[in-house]
Design a protein around this ligand. Structure first.
Ligand code: PYL
Length: 271
């Protein structure tokens, strides 16, 4: 998982409304709609969805330490979606205690390896990798008019790619997986036997791919020559995994952000 830096996230809070309008124009779904669909809880009652759950974001100093603006940005995404969210003044265990003392029902916190949302009342949890994959595929579901029956290629069988595979298979897409590490593809196939393993990326694109999920931490994984220009591309990978030529060829049919869709999908998965 790529560690975000301050530059990746510094403008997110002030641009949320613009980004939400961008998502609506590109996918016909708003961030909230996409996140609810990703959560798999389409039947969640409106009272629950609209309840302003008290939510704490707890900064963690472990490992490489705090990312400047990270907790505040997560908090602003949660508040934008209607949560009664705040960042604890204290960090780590003291911050966790402060969150509980102040009545938080949901807690978001991230160390260098895991970013989790935890509903301490219901016990529901959500991992950022899984729900980023599901959130981006929910966006593809909106964008493409429905993924059912469509050929989907997932690049990267890590937590994001696995979450994407779960969502796409459940929605009836024909899912192919490519990972540079064949063992990761085989591990995913053992848990999701419906998927087809691809051994060569250019060949995989040559099979009439309609939906693409780029879920790797690498740049320029997708070259312009792989694409017809008619695909729908979800690109949660950081940095963006398309070459400049591929971006130009896709003419805006790409969904990519650093935190918004993943955080939003985590929220609706745990409330
Ligand atoms: C959750 C992001 C998405 C992509 N990479 C992940 C990342 O950067 N993880 C590290 C998060 C560290 C947060 C730090 C803090 O400020 O509390 N512990």
């Amino acid at each position: 998982m790529t560690r975000l830096c301050e530059q990746d996230i510094c403008s997110i809070s002030e641009m949320l409304k613009n980004y939400d309008n961008y998502l609506l124009s590109k996918t016909s779904g708003r961030l909230r709609d996409i996140a609810i669909r990703a959560s798999g809880r389409d039947n969640i009652d409106t009272d629950t969805i609209n309840s302003a759950k008290k939510t704490a974001v707890v900064p963690l100093t472990s490992g490489e330490g705090i990312i400047r603006g990270f907790s505040e940005t997560v908090c602003s995404i949660l508040r934008y979606l209607g949560a009664d969210a705040f960042v604890t003044q204290k960090t780590d265990v003291a911050g966790l205690s402060q969150a509980v003392d102040e009545g938080a029902e949901v807690i978001f916190m991230a160390d260098d390896l895991t970013f989790s949302a935890i509903n301490i009342k219901s016990g529901r949890t959500a991992d950022n990798g899984e729900f980023t994959g599901k959130g981006y595929c929910a966006a593809l579901d909106f964008m493409s008019g429905g993924v059912s029956g469509k050929n989907a290629l997932i690049i990267g069988a890590g937590p994001v790619g696995c979450g994407a595979a779960q969502f796409l298979v459940a929605k009836g897409a024909c899912v192919h997986i490519y990972d540079i590490d064949m063992e990761k593809s085989e591990q995913l196939k053992r848990s999701t036997p419906e998927i087809v393993i691809e051994k060569n990326l250019p060949d995989a694109f040559g099979k009439g791919v309609e939906l693409v999920v780029e879920a790797t931490p690498s740049k320029s994984v997708i070259e312009a020559s792989y694409l017809r220009g008619t695909e729908y591309i979800a690109a949660p990978g950081i940095p963006l995994g398309l070459s400049a030529g591929a971006v130009n060829k896709m003419d805006g049919r790409i969904i990519h952000d650093a935190l918004e869709i993943g955080v939003a999908s985590m929220l609706f998965a745990v409330i």
